[in-house]
Structure formats: C-alpha cells, structure tokens
Unconditional design. Structure first.
Length: 177
C-alpha cells in the first residue's frame, strides 16, 4: 500500500425492511448508510404474511435490520391488513443475534422489547417509545449508524443519537443481558 492509497475497509451488511407507506425514508437511509460503507439490502414488504416471513427467518436478513414503519397502540401498521402485534412477534420471531431498529411510533414500548428480546431472541431492539415528530426517526438512525461506523459500541451509539434533540430522545433500547 502506498502512502496515498485508501485503506481497505470491510463492509458490514444491513437490511432495511420497509413496512407500508413510509415515504422516501428507506432510500434516504440507504444512501446515508452506503456513504458510511455499509452493504445495504432492501426488502420491500407488500403484505403482513411477507413481514411475518422476515420475522420468522424464512426471508433472510443481515445482523442489523432497520424496519421503517408506522406504529400505533394496536401494533405495526400493515396497510389494509391486521396490525402486527407484539404477540405476533413473540409467536413467530426467530431473530437470534440480530439488532433490530424500528422507526414506528410507540414500537419501543416494553411489550415490544420483551417480544423481540425474550421471545424472538434478538440481541438488541431499538425503537421510539412515543410519537417522534417529522424526520427525527431518520436522523436518529443515521446518527446511530454513523457512530457504529466509527467503531462505537451500540450502547454509546444509541446514547449519542438520542442526544440530537427531544424527538430523538424518544428512542429506547432493549438488550439481551
């Protein structure tokens, strides 16, 4: 390697799994993550059944999975179909070792954390506890992966991303202990 050459950096993989009408967030996030040298796959979800196949491992994902979605007190919103509830996740989830990031409002409540960590065996689950405004979810995820790209621990990366403003502070974290 010469003095002016760029060092080789191993790419890490991430899967973005948009559920429902989430605007341009998946494409914006993909562009940001690729700028940080992540290898990004997007699995566009067209139905509840297809999303369940992601959750049960039939459709393969990377160890980092970002789920852009809309959520409410009833569950993750799948247009024109039943909500995906924490009970659904607990029943079918097979996500051992994965870090899951949901952008859906209220999907960061303890019942979701328990479903993803205790039942589906995810390594970590990160999501907004309340209703973050505007593009704050995109900003949170972008900053989170900026920090991870710079070799920060997940705990530190979440802490830094939460400090952007009062909206990003609405994200909570659940991790395997």
């Amino acid at each position: 390697m010469t003095k002016n050459s760029i060092p080789w950096v191993k790419k890490q993989s991430i899967t973005i799994v948009p559920v429902g009408a989430v605007g341009s967030e998946p494409e914006a996030l993909r562009n940001i993550l690729e700028a940080f040298n992540w290898r990004v796959d997007i699995i566009w979800i067209a139905s509840r059944k297809e999303f369940m196949k992601v959750l049960d491992g039939t459709i393969k994902t990377a160890d980092y999975v970002v789920i852009p979605n809309h959520g409410c007190d009833k569950g993750i919103i799948v247009p024109d179909e039943e909500y995906v509830t924490p009970e659904d996740i607990a029943e079918v989830g097979k996500l051992a070792g994965k870090t899951i990031i949901s952008t859906g409002c209220t999907t960061g409540r303890k019942v979701y954390g328990d479903a993803f960590i205790k039942k589906a065996k995810a390594k970590a689950y990160i999501a907004p506890i309340e209703y973050p405004a505007g593009n704050s979810a995109l900003m949170f995820v972008a900053r989170l992966f900026y920090e991870l790209s710079n070799k920060k621990s997940l705990r530190t990366a979440v802490s830094v991303a939460r400090k952007l403003d009062k909206e990003t502070a609405r994200f909570g974290t659940f991790q395997k202990t």
